[in-house]
Design a protein around this ligand. Structure first.
Ligand SMILES: Nc1ncnc2c1ncn2[C@@H]1O[C@H](COP(=O)(O)OP(=O)(O)OP(=O)(O)O)[C@@H](O)[C@H]1O
Ligand SMILES: [Mg+2]
Length: 316
């Protein structure tokens, strides 16, 4: 069957207001200084879809944006990256979420979200679209709109009924605090889950990545990848284990590394790779992402990733 999309990414789309080098000592009664302030598009579904499009996938994004300038900014960035934006819902009642982020000199950060992140977005109403996609990526399980067990179940059921591959990234909760038990019916419908180490620890209560992966597998999820940041990643399914060290590169900014990783993994599976090979490609996508500031800057194409892997294989 001909599919309109290779990948549909579903989740939040937002604008990050990034304040770098915030100085907490006031310069007047209510004035403060920082080194810089800038606006950047973000949200897992945005980062993932832009990366997938650059890797040559026909990519759509299902998200909601307000009819405001922040929404226009996200739409513009997606279009320029080659993402199909025709599924995006523009809401008059709800503003596009804007996250304020304070980034310290050492790269640590604090972010402030608001209730706009939880507005009335019901992806399950668009279930018929999933028959049009070879793969569906849930931007982040445990974050809106996937912090509602009924929405998670309904989207995954529709995707599996349509024969789509289902990949779920995760995040720590912000408004609604779900556990794995709250999603027990939905989890067996996930082909691959991709938590980072903190998230895997939080949801499984384990500290060892293999044990974390085993908890997810015991929930019926077919493949698990624990992303380990500068330590690489661990891939597990019931028969295969691959532990990959991170590529040695000069990391500048790890924002969105996980989202580039997930897009790379999914797109490579769709190119016919086995999961244990797709994870090598993904490990390179994550590393490449960290070499420039911003989630959508460094990764440019599948050829770039293949050359990066080729060069890495010759590096003793
Ligand atoms: N410093 C680094 N050097 C090389 N590769 C890295 C580095 N940081 C991250 N990566 C690669 O990117 C992948 C994803 O990174 P990370 O574990 O930070 O994901 P994440 O926390 O989900 O990211 P985000 O949510 O910010 O997109 C890692 O598994 C690894 O492959
Ligand atoms: Mg992540």
């Amino acid at each position: 069957m001909a599919h309109r999309y290779d990948i549909i990414c579903i989740g939040t789309a937002l604008v990050d207001s990034i304040i770098k080098g915030f100085d907490p000592s006031p310069i007047s009664a209510s004035g403060f200084r920082a080194v810089s302030g800038s606006l950047n598009v973000g949200g897992e579904a945005v980062n993932e879809s832009m990366a997938a499009a650059k890797l040559g996938m026909r990519t759509g994004i299902l998200c909601s944006l307000g009819r405001d300038s922040a929404g226009d900014m996200v739409l513009d960035a997606l279009s320029k990256a080659g993402v199909d934006t025709s599924l995006i819902l523009r809401s008059v009642e709800h503003a596009t979420p804007v996250t304020t982020m304070f980034v310290n000199d050492d790269g640590t950060r604090k972010s402030i979200t608001n209730s706009a992140h939880r507005y009335n977005f019901h992806p399950e109403r668009y279930a018929s679209l999933f028959t049009d996609a070879k793969a569906v990526i849930l931007g982040s399980l445990f974050r809106a709109p996937f912090d509602d067990p009924e929405i998670v179940l309904s989207v995954l059921r529709s995707a599996k009924k349509a024969g789509s591959l289902t990949v779920a990234d995760t995040k720590l909760p912000n408004f609604n605090f779900l556990s794995l038990a709250d999603l027990k019916e939905a989890l067996p419908l996930i082909d691959c889950i991709t938590p980072n180490e903190d998230e895997a620890r939080y949801y499984t209560g384990r500290t060892d990545p293999d044990e974390m992966a085993e908890v997810f597998l015991s929930c019926g999820i077919r493949n698990v990848i624990v992303k380990l940041g500068s330590k690489g990643c661990l891939f597990r399914n019931p028969t295969t284990r691959v532990l990959l060290p991170a590529h040695r590169i000069d990391a500048v900014d790890a924002t969105g590394a996980g989202d580039n990783f997930v897009a790379g993994f999914t797109s490579e599976l769709l190119c016919g790779s086995r999961p244990e090979d797709a994870v090598r490609f993904a490990n390179a996508c994550g590393a490449i992402c960290t070499t420039a500031v911003g989630a959508a800057t460094a990764l440019r194409s599948r050829e770039q990733v293949l050359s990066f892997l080729e060069a890495a294989s010759q590096d003793p």
